[in-house]
Design a protein around this ligand. Sequence first.
Ligand SMILES: [Zn+2]
Length: 217
Amino acid sequence: MMTEKFIKNEQLNFIKKQIALIKESSKKNVPQNVLTAVIDLANAKILDLFPNLSLEKQEMLDLSKLKRDKEYEQYIQHLTDYLLPFPKITEQQLKKMFPKHKKIKLPDLSTIDLNQLTYLSWNDLGYNKKFIVYELEGKIVGIDCEFAPSSKKNLCSFCNSFGDVAYFSTITKAKKSNNPDYYKSIGNLICVDSSECNKKITNVEYVTTFLKNSLGI
Ligand SMILES: [Zn+2]
């Protein structure tokens, strides 16, 4: 039987984060009723990610019976079988997406694990550019950003974690009907290393908003 894939990278990251919170609480030797509350809350938050889930899958996601580190590891390992990969994309498609960049430097797609990818991104340091590709409402879209070459430690807008970020800005496609020359630039602090960001991102709210605003949709 084919495994029905239904978990996205950022959702598995979210589940891992909940497990980290449970482990932290149990290390602090909190009273059992407090620990149970932490676990119940984690379970509820995880189920909230997947509305209309079959009972069978709800049971699969239930982590209330897990205790040892090994059990948590096996649980995560099992869930990775259900990861929905990022859509397959070719170099040709990427080139087409950025027609203005004739000499675009592309990422090595063969080294990228599509299962652990919420968004595809790479930097072209020669041009101070970051390219971001994402599946927005069933369609693969891409934007390019300028970036300030200096990086510093701060919160990333995409993954909401502390790390090496840089300021990335993009010109939006939003138009004002009465002014054809109007353009608006929007910027964000985003992780410089997108593979690190993809390991930490737990929801797509920000990346979705950023892309929609950039593309004027
Ligand atoms: Zn990030």
